[in-house]
Design a protein around this ligand. Structure first.
Ligand SMILES: [Zn+2]
Length: 56
């Protein structure tokens, strides 16, 4: 799950499923999930814009 909301990239930790919000200005980047500590790759703004695979 990756979405762009305003200037925030909203995505899901692939390990624990927690929803994370990152400023699009800082992406793409690498970081750690604050919930489980899993290393995560924050998608770029472009990826977030087109990454609507799980559309409801
Ligand atoms: Zn996590």
């Amino acid at each position: 799950m990756v979405e762009l909301k305003g200037n925030k990239i909203v995505f899901e930790c692939e390990k624990c499923g927690v929803i994370l919000r990152i400023d699009a200005d800082t992406a793409p980047a690498k970081g750690r999930c604050p919930n489980c500590g899993h290393r995560i790759a924050i998608p770029s703004k472009q990826e977030a814009q087109k990454g609507r695979r799980n559309r409801r």
